[in-house]
Write a protein that binds this ligand. Structure first.
Ligand SMILES: [Zn+2]
Ligand SMILES: [Zn+2]
Length: 251
């Protein structure tokens, strides 16, 4: 399976350790045809996100000025936004999202939620859910609700690492994503997206994106682990938005 794009990379503007130029060079070296810079949204705790949403537009400007140096590479300015409420609010405004080329959204355990109630739902329950079965069940319900509401309310291209650290109802999420044209990520950096998850999600007709989640240029385009999961489940290239298909889509 040939993957031509890496739609999930971070730079020093958020939690990554390399420059965006470093990510572009790495993508070119790996022979990718497209790469996205998708730094963490501003609600990421401990200063691991971009300082504010305007920074995302600054990154976009910088990418536009670098693009002429990479004629063979399609460069996308994006974000990995956070869900900050149980109603699916994001930490980036729709106005800014609308100016970006690609929008990724993920649930992260280290996020500043918007209200106390959302904090209890998204963080508190997840924190104690390790110990209590009932709480675990409820946390899963609330995680799923927050994510599906986000997908329904915003134009989201990819949900990153679904199920990582924060449990979700795969079938329910995949169904909403399939209806909205949102892809689920097979994350090549974390080994948590199980074959079972992909199998259940694929049955709902959702499409997938294989992402590196690179936090250094050296990891950009390192998608082997994700490809291995996809192939072991028997996914076809047309089920993966960044896979090369042997004939035109829709043929
Ligand atoms: Zn993430
Ligand atoms: Zn990420």
């Amino acid at each position: 399976m040939e993957i031509y794009a890496d739609y999930h990379t971070h730079s020093e503007y958020s939690h990554g350790r390399g420059s965006i130029l470093g990510n572009l060079r790495a993508a070119e070296r790996r022979g990718l045809k497209a790469v996205a810079i998708t730094d963490h949204g501003p609600a990421t705790a401990f200063g691991l996100g971009v300082p504010d949403e305007e920074t995302l537009l600054k990154i976009k400007d910088r990418l536009r000025s670098l693009a002429p140096h990479f004629p063979g590479l399609r460069i996308l300015a994006g974000v990995e936004a956070n869900v900050v409420s149980l109603e699916g609010d994001l930490d980036v405004s729709d106005e800014v999202l609308g100016q970006l080329d690609i929008v990724l959204v993920g649930l992260h355990p280290t996020v500043y939620p918007r209200t106390l109630r959302d904090a209890a739902g998204l963080i508190g329950l997840n924190a104690v859910s390790r110990y209590l079965k009932e709480v675990r069940r409820l946390a899963r319900v609330l995680n799923t609700r927050a994510l599906t509401r986000a997908v329904e309310r915003h134009r989201i291209d990819i949900i990153t690492h679904p199920g990582w650290k924060l449990a979700v109802d795969t079938r329910a999420l995949a169904r909403v994503c399939a209806a909205r044209g949102t892809a689920l990520e097979i994350n090549a950096a974390h080994g948590f997206l199980t074959r079972e998850f992909v199998r259940v999600a694929a049955a709902e007709g959702v499409r997938f994106a294989i992402g590196s989640d690179a936090h250094t240029p050296a990891r950009v385009g390192r998608l082997e682990a994700g490809v291995a999961v996809a192939e072991s489940v028997g996914l076809k290239p047309e089920q993966i938005i960044n896979a090369e298909v042997p004939y035109p889509r829709g043929w």
